[in-house]
Design a protein around this ligand. Sequence first.
Ligand code: M6P
Ligand code: ZN
Length: 190
Amino acid sequence: MTLSHSPTATGVHIDLATGILNGQLVSTQRRTIGDLSNVFADEAVRAAMPQDQLAYEVQLYQPIADGTAGGLFFGNTTIYPGTVGGEYIMTKGHFHALGDRTEYYLGVKGEGFLLFMDRDRGYKVEKMTAGSLHFIGPHLAHRVINTGTTPLTFLACWPADAGHDYATIQEQGFPVRVFERNGQPDIRTL
Ligand code: M6P
Ligand code: ZN
């Protein structure tokens, strides 16, 4: 590595008010309603919605190759408000492919729930608000649900070799779902 002897600007910047990342190594992923088949309880309602409606966006800062042991990635996620068949819009959720890898989530804007599930389908829910810091321990699936009326943005930091296991969630789902009832979140066990 060529070390600079005088201070240089970092290659990446976060707007702390919005969580938006800027930098050359930052990429963006968009998840539309059309990308979220079999995520919500009412698949027929989801399939009848505009398939190009944005559900959530992820910005990724990957300063090191995907899969590097000891490396770290950083990113944000913004989940747009709304419901699908009465169920709040949420991330797909995942276990890590290397199951013991952990992660931090940090709430920036909006409000929601962080849902955890262990391998025995035990679960817990943490409230996510601006400034709430969440440690996601080993072997825990994680999903974020926007229970508010504004976009929910959170930051995340995770190991570059963690990977995403979506298949287990696609097959088995989470043990609870969160619906809007009289404007309030209602956690329903399945
Ligand atoms: C966070 C991180 C990312 C993840 C994203 C969206 O930013 O955990 O690794 O991709 O949330 O979550 P999901 O992959 O479950 O859709
Ligand atoms: Zn993760």
